[in-house]
Design a protein around this ligand. Sequence first.
Ligand SMILES: [Cu+2]
Length: 125
Amino acid sequence: MFSFETVSNHRSSYVLAATTLASLVLGMGSGVVVVGGLQAAGTIVSQKGRTFLPDTLTLTKGEVVTIVNDDSDLLHHAYVDSPNFSFDSGDQEPGSRTPITFSEKGVFQVLCGIHPKMKLVVRVN
Ligand SMILES: [Cu+2]
């Protein structure tokens, strides 16, 4: 009986921690976050379960998207390779945040160099 309660308590703590983390991420997703003097706009895309969430976005030229690797045990490697805009994140460690400034109009695919099925479509107006 004692061991069951111990397991139960651990699970509650874990759920609480996960909920707090989710609130933090959601909180960062709304509004403007200023880190070290750099201003980042509020659009957050999560890499989770080898997918981008959300997987489509519509932006205005010059907006910043911050890609967060929410897979605790996977590297990702976001890139854009189009005629008028390209970007390469390098290795994205678990928990890392990668800002991308979309400085050109058009429709762009953000792909992952490690997981070919991962795709984020960004329309920039
Ligand atoms: Cu990936």
